[in-house]
Design a protein. Structure first.
Length: 254
């Protein structure tokens, strides 16, 4: 199973920056000439769609300088190890996320937690889709690299990591100062099949390792100088992070 890539699934959100909609999850391509940084890789079943998205912007898999990981849930690292082994692409993340990516432990929503929420609208269809897309597959990143604690990375787009723990321990957002774009991963999303909301929001509680920390991590995003937000789930959001964070906080407190 994989999603057939359509033209509207690849959205140019800045100069040579693209958000791609996979199967209920997004990844970002930051192009620089004939190379790129790839932020996240979708579900395991999104692999062919991921390759098609690179081709759609004129790149081959060998052009990926590095995969930056927001966090190591299966719907975000589904093809990371495959690209590392097949094309020699380094996989880079916050040091606190490395043991999770190696699958020294697995910190994502369990089948039991999903079943307990099965009464909620959208949960069962989402769960069926997640299973078919490889949501419970074993896809460890066996060799991962980490980045310095501060400053822009020496990668296409010069992304600046922002540690936003709570969804997972080592979750990171990435700021692209030259493009005015904030890639938020799952620290702040704009939609999800299990949510009735649209626009900036936290994911439902069952998806977070520590919801209190996830809410607190929004503090790290609100002052970022950006006017485009590329979330891990949902459409691109245009507006300031401060306004988006305020709305997400208000919704989380209800």
């Amino acid at each position: 199973m994989h999603k057939v890539l359509r033209g509207e699934d690849v959205v140019r959100i800045g100069r040579d920056v693209y958000q791609v909609s996979g199967s209920n999850t997004n990844w970002v391509i930051i192009k620089d000439g004939d190379s790129c940084t790839l932020i996240d890789t979708g579900y395991p079943a999104d692999h062919d769609t991921l390759l098609a998205s690179l081709d759609a912007v004129g790149l081959a898999p060998d052009a990926v300088t590095a995969i930056l990981v927001t966090h190591a849930h299966n719907d975000h690292i589904g093809s990371a190890e495959r690209l590392r082994l097949t094309h020699g692409v380094p996989v880079v993340m916050h040091h606190e996320e490395v043991p999770h990516a190696r699958r020294d432990y697995l910190d994502q929503v369990s089948v039991a937690q999903v079943l307990a929420q099965a009464w909620r609208p959208g949960v069962v269809p989402w769960a069926v889709h997640a299973l078919r897309a490889g949501g419970t597959a074993h896809v460890p990143v066996r060799v991962a690299q980490t980045f310095p604690d501060t400053g822009p990375l020496d990668l296409p787009g010069a992304p600046v990591p922002i540690h936003t723990p709570g969804h997972t321990e080592g979750h990171c957002a990435y700021h692209l100062p030259g493009s005015g774009i904030l890639v938020t991963g799952d620290a702040l999303v704009t939609a999800h099949p299990t949510s009735r909301l649209s626009g900036p929001q936290l994911l439902p509680d069952m998806f977070h390792t520590d919801r209190t920390r996830a809410l607190g991590a929004l503090d790290s995003l609100e002052a970022v100088d950006a006017d485009v937000m590329a979330p891990g789930h949902g459409p691109v959001h245009h507006g300031s992070p401060r306004e988006a964070v305020a709305l997400a906080r208000a919704r989380a407190e209800k």
